[in-house]
Design a protein around this ligand. Structure first.
Ligand code: GLN
Length: 485
């Protein structure tokens, strides 16, 4: 049951083959059994989940016609979405004691759609990382091989879905944190167009890049969860005021005639097994009638330097609110106000977060601002222009999601630059504000690899359509780690 898709579970509830209470209990038991090994959850809200499940069953029995679309189905939220009354740690010692007094819009919307939260998932501290090793709560293990990382920063959310501890989950993607862990865990994840999903109550890392999105086992599941998550929110000033869409509507469209661009910069230097897996995936899309077109995104190499100036700059400003005064970690016995600030921040933040705050403060400081921050704003514009030009000729762009499958826990922690290089294929999309998706496209030595699809603004439906058609003609997405059975 636990490796069924959300779509299948939805049908089973509808047909009364199972109750929501049974479903939620089953997943909670799995979390109890596998979480010690995987470390995917920071907080499990078992008691409230069971109560909500009972309510969902009552509502379905009483008024089935008016049941919300995802009534009684379990999910999990990345631990940076604020949840009223439940700890929101952001994977940090700084917020280990923080209980938000309100729900993020995404949390409210998922609840309104009928979903039941089983808990909050582990993540890199304040979403900074590509391996989930920067969490105050320890690393998350990849369910396909527990010696390997699940990717980051939404590593807990991705690993929980891959291990069958929950059918769907939320994540956030500032530079790849949905697509990269989806690829490394063998599931589907989507980063929506910037502004499509409300950032209200989603703890900020780099506000001009952050975007929440769904994880699921299939494109169809991702579409269902995105239906719940997306929409205009007047409490987020960057939210797009566009009409709601049903992302499941075009899943079954033929993809014949679609033009898929292959940027040469994303395929150079690729290792042979990765190349083979992607070639085979692309062949399937070709068989379905899509045309593959060679394209160029000439400024692709600027994505890493641009992102690693802008994201730290924004983070240094966003994280200045954590000062030990109103909420969060406060050091013991401060001598004076300055000591309180210095020690609370020094003790409350982990190494990677401090590194980013230092870099960010540096690139924004007088004398360096023009040389770094302003230059990065200009190169960001060039990267965006590359995509605008490319989308004049193609419908979507395909590429690997990551340069390699998952790496071993500990392998890259001491070398931040090598770690940053893992993000080479995902960062540009955030800099341009575009939507992107990663879907399973094979295995290398038992570890999953992902194919990334990038779309023009608001083209989530097209990405989901292609991914769904691919999944109707391949079965990588329906594999699961046998050790998690
Ligand atoms: N890996 C990137 C970073 O460390 C992206 C993180 C994210 O998308 N939140 O910043």
């Amino acid at each position: 049951m636990h490796f069924k898709t959300l779509t299948e579970l939805k049908l089973a509830l509808h047909k009364k083959e199972i109750s929501s209470h049974e479903l939620v209990s089953h997943y909670l038991k799995r979390i109890e059994r596998f979480n010690p090994q995987l470390n995917t959850f920071i907080t499990v809200t078992g008691e409230s989940a069971l109560q909500e499940a009972q309510k969902a069953d009552d509502l379905r029995a009483r008024d089935p016609e008016n049941a919300p679309p995802l009534l009684g189905l379990p999910m999990a939220h990345k631990d940076l979405f604020c949840t009223d009354g439940v700890k929101t740690s952001c994977g940090s010692k700084m917020l280990d004691n923080f209980i938000a007094p309100y729900d993020a819009t995404v949390v409210t919307k998922c609840r309104d759609a009928g979903l039941i939260t089983l808990g909050k998932t582990n993540m890199d501290e304040f979403a900074m990382g590509s391996s989930n090793e920067n969490s105050f709560y320890g690393p998350v293990a990849n369910p396909w091989n527990t010696e390997y990382v699940p990717g980051g920063s939404s590593g807990g959310s991705a690993a929980a879905v891959a291990a069958g501890l929950v059918p769907v989950s939320t994540g956030t993607d500032t530079g790849g944190s949905i697509r990269q862990p989806a690829a490394l865990c063998g599931i589907t994840g989507l980063k929506p167009t910037y502004g499509r999903v409300s950032r209200y109550g989603m703890t900020a890392f780099a506000s001009s890049l952050d975007q929440g999105g769904p994880f699921g086992k299939s494109a169809e599941d991702v579409a269902l969860l995105l239906n719940a998550m997306a929409g205009f929110d007047e409490r987020d000033s960057t939210s797009l005021n566009v009409p709601a869409e049903d992302y499941t509507q075009h899943l079954n469209r033929s993809i014949a005639g679609l033009k898929i661009g292959l940027p040469k910069e994303y395929f150079k230097n690729m290792n042979a097994p990765m190349q083979k897996a992607l070639d085979e995936a692309l062949k399937v899309l070709e068989k379905l009638g899509a045309t593959l077109v060679d394209i160029s995104l000439p400024h692709a190499d600027l994505a890493i330097p641009t992102y690693y100036v802008l994201a730290p700059a924004e983070c240094s400003s966003n994280l200045s609110r954590f000062d030990g005064v109103r909420f969060g970690y406060r050091c013991e016995n401060p001598r004076d106000l300055n000591d309180l600030y210095l020690r609370s921040r020094g003790e409350g933040f982990g190494t990677e977060v401090k590194r980013r705050i230092l870099i960010g403060t540096y690139v924004l400081s007088a004398g360096y601002y023009e040389a770094y921050y302003l230059q990065a704003q200009k190169t960001r514009q060039l990267i965006k222009q590359d995509f605008d030009d490319a989308f004049k000729n193609v419908d979507v762009i395909a590429s690997p999601t990551t340069p390699t499958p998952a790496f071993k826990i500990g392998e890259k922690v001491s070398d931040p630059v090598t770690m940053y290089q893992c993000d080479i294929y995902t960062l540009a999309l955030n800099l341009a504000g575009l939507p992107g998706l990663s879907m399973p496209a094979g295995f290398i030595d038992g570890l999953p690899v992902g194919l990334q699809l990038m779309g023009h603004y608001m083209q989530e439906s097209k990405l989901l359509n292609i991914a769904h058609q691919y999944q109707c003609h391949s079965d990588w997405h329906s594999q699961h780690p046998t050790a998690m059975e």
